[in-house]
Write a protein that binds this ligand. Structure first.
Ligand code: BGC
Length: 734
């Protein structure tokens, strides 16, 4: 056959195959995924009205499907620490169901403090199973906004101040959730770092801080975690609302990170039809239009992505293809969730879910100070323990805003102590009082502060040991959505009370229940200090596990505790930096957030990022790098030898930080780029390797608009806290 005849035959065959393949493709599933052609074929069957309906809410927590074609509705629920109780169709009231109680998992600050990716995966899988059982398609979490100020009312829902740590922990959480055919919805993208004026404050931050500090955890969620949905933030960034944002959504998220999922507004986060249509939003929820305030039959038609959007399409002001892209993303999410063939059935309130909650709580609790081995308390002794403080009995799954939960049970710290310390006489009094949790307002305490204090001092004087359970709570202006804390010190007179208690009994230990750092001027008056977070259903059990020494604490702080508020970077630059002038705000500290600031400016914190003590000791030696000249091609390995030299089993988190002192750009002294949590029995030893790669050395170059590596000398720091380094090694990159 002549060559051109052969080529013609080849072309004819190719054409035939293309036709056959094209006909079959609509029915093809690529792995679990439906092909674009398939989604196009579904899209082609939808009317304009049906498509418009799909891009905005039909109730507080759902968006409609297309019943005539069997396309299901999408049901969403908060998130991120448990599946929220059912809410009425179009009001914020609870629906009063009796079958919607769940497992409350520890708050995400606690998860971050575990420094344990495997636990994050178990957390995600368990909460995903509960969401699936409750027939949810999207779980509104996890949150990864960076901890910038200790006053932010929502820090407890996030994963701390370090972008590397948050990135490491967000990915397994997402994978665990999505294995259940439930979409995770990572939030709040981006720069929602305070609650005050969250609906409008315009954040101005430089490109380096944006890409090095505030975006990496979102990027990891999208690129590595393959998250199926993302929630925009309420605030503005460079003059545009984040729920419809050209740079954040269209350019960075959808183009650079190739996100193929759904962008959901935060509830009421859309502000304009054209911007919502064009700047990357896919589903509009809970907007403060008539949809929020009235229950008229057509209330939801007033959403920005409802009738007004339709009109603009009909008039040709916005192309229908803009709507089609949104609907295709929504269809993709539906096929990944409610129409996914292998979707498991889900489970709720199981023993193993409670165990996951307990394990995360146990591993996240941080032992901050332990003079004279105050902790653990010997549970065999017939002593009197005075448990003082409102947080010993206060339910912390109530309040806090949208993350409020209705758990099947919540074991209080007092119950946990009473159960574990059976040989002791456990007495309790409040010591101080705050009002009940109420959204958007402060309710005063019904108690008389003086009599509470007197009673507490009286109990302390007579006890062998005093355990003070204080901190913050889920009231407005505490750890609660919709407002920031008003002061850095402990509220409700706790600092003064602690002083008096220490005079009454010097055998005093403190358990802080909070999602934020607090001022600790009373530190010298107390022997022991535990940071115990909001721990959910198994709170009291997990705290008692640690206090009695059944579990050896291994949590590490995911954020710094400054000595005073102005030692925090954001606060040190005055009001324009935090909280802004109510219209604009400048993140003047740039990349120097959290420990990066403390380290670089030599401002000693009360407790440093990464800090956490143990009931045992670890010896880390033979610290080496496998090469002192690093080339971009292969990973670099840092090896060390670690031994548990104490008397009980425990776990240590060895942390690797990288620093570059001579640089053409501003640098933090050091930044976390690797860590490993190593569990060792008493006397056990291990050789450990931690790998670094090119990403460990990059910075964001504002000229090339990409992450770059600078040549020259770097320091590799190996330690067990950002302020406790065992060894620093110089390496070079040519
Ligand atoms: C919060 C979101 C939450 C949503 C739905 C908003 O006010 O910012 O985090 O998912 O409400 O409850």
């Amino acid at each position: 056959m002549a060559l051109n005849e052969l080529q013609n035959k080849q072309i004819r065959m190719n054409k035939i195959w293309t036709v056959i393949f094209g006909l079959l493709l609509p029915f093809f599933t690529i792995g679990q995924e439906k092909s674009t052609v398939f989604l196009d074929s579904v899209l082609a069957q939808l009317s304009l009205d049906e498509k418009i309906a799909m891009v905005h809410a039909q109730s507080k927590f759902s968006s409609p499907g297309v019943a005539r074609l069997g396309i299901p509705e999408i049901w969403m629920s908060d998130g991120p620490h448990g599946v929220r109780a059912e809410i009425e169709w179009d009001s914020w009231k609870y629906a009063g169901w009796t079958n919607d109680s769940i497992t409350a998992f520890p708050a995400l600050t606690c998860l971050a403090a575990t420094f344990n990716q495997e636990l994050s995966y178990q957390y995600g899988r368990a909460i995903g199973e509960e969401a699936r059982y409750r027939k949810k398609d999207i779980l509104l979490g996890p949150g990864v906004n960076i901890y910038r100020t200790p006053l932010n009312g929502r820090n407890f829902e996030y994963m701390g101040e370090d972008p590397y740590l948050a990135s490491q922990l967000v990915v397994p959480y997402i994978k665990g959730v999505q294995e259940n055919g439930v979409a995770a919805c990572v939030k709040h993208y981006a720069l929602n770092n305070q609650e005050l004026w969250r609906g409008h404050i315009n954040v101005n931050v430089g490109d380096r801080a944006l890409h090095e500090i505030y975006l990496p955890a979102f990027k990891a969620a999208v690129v590595e975690g393959q998250v199926w949905s993302i929630m925009g933030a309420y605030n503005q960034f460079r003059g545009q609302h984040c729920c419809h944002h050209q740079l954040l959504l269209n350019e960075i998220l959808k183009k650079d990170w190739a996100f193929d999922g759904v962008v959901v507004t935060d509830w009421g986060g859309a502000h304009d039809t054209e911007e919502a249509a064009l700047y990357g939003l896919d589903i509009e929820m809970g907007t403060g239009t008539n949809g929020l305030t009235y229950s008229e039959t057509n209330a939801y038609d007033n959403y920005y992505l409802a009738s007004a959007f339709k009109e603009k399409i009909i008039k040709g002001e916005i192309k229908e293809s803009v709507l089609d892209d949104k609907v295709k993303r929504i269809l993709r999410l539906i096929y990944r969730t409610s129409l996914s063939e292998n979707r498991p059935l889900g489970r709720v309130n199981t023993k193993d879910h409670h165990e996951v909650a307990r394990k995360v709580a146990q591993e996240g609790i941080v032992l901050m100070k332990n003079d004279d081995n105050f902790f653990p308390l010997d549970a065999t002794r017939p002593i009197t323990i005075a448990v003082i403080g409102e947080n010993a009995t206060r339910a912390m799954t109530k309040g806090g805003g949208s993350s409020e939960l209705k758990p099947q049970f919540e074991i209080s710290p007092l119950e946990g102590i009473q159960k574990r310390f059976k040989n002791a006489t456990v007495v309790h009094t409040l010591g101080y009082g705050s009002g009940p949790a109420a959204y958007g307002k402060e309710v005063p305490s019904p108690y008389n502060a003086d009599s509470l204090k007197k009673e507490a001092i009286h109990l302390a004087e007579k006890a062998d040991v005093v355990l003070f359970f204080g901190g913050l709570n889920k009231n407005h202006f505490q750890d609660c959505e919709g407002g920031d804390r008003l002061e850095y010190q402990l509220p409700f007179g706790q600092s003064a009370l602690l002083r008096e208690l220490s005079k009454a009994n010097s055998n005093l230990g403190v358990v802080l229940v909070s999602g934020n750092a607090v001022e600790t001027p009373w530190l010298g008056d107390v022997k022991g200090l535990i940071q115990a977070w909001y721990l959910g259903s198994m709170s009291g059990t997990a705290m008692a596990d640690v206090i009695a020494g059944d579990i050896n604490p291994s949590g590490k702080l995911p954020f710094s505790f400054p000595k005073k508020l102005t030692d925090n970077a954001a606060h040190s630059f005055g009001a324009m930096s935090y909280p802004g002038d109510s219209i604009n705000q400048e993140y003047k500290e740039g990349i120097l957030v959290g420990y990066r600031w403390h380290d670089t400016k030599n401002i000693e914190p009360a407790f440093a990022f990464g800090h956490g003590l143990s009931y045992t000791q670890f010896e880390v030696d033979q610290i080496k790098v496998d090469k002192t000249k690093y080339s971009k091609k292969e990973p670099m390995s840092i090896s060390f030898h670690i031994k548990n030299t104490g008397l009980v089993a425990g776990a240590e988190v060895v942390q690797i930080y990288i620093g570059k002192h001579k640089s053409a750009v501003e640098r933090a002294t050091k930044e976390l780029k690797g860590y490993k949590k190593i569990h060792l029995n008493k006397g056990e030893e291990q050789k450990v390797n931690i790998h670094l790669n090119t990403d460990s050395f990059t910075y964001y170059d504002v000229k090339t608009k990409s992450m770059e590596v600078e040549k020259g000398a770097y320091w590799v720091y190996v330690g067990n806290a950002s302020n406790h380094i065992f060894k620093k090694i110089k390496i070079t990159i040519d």
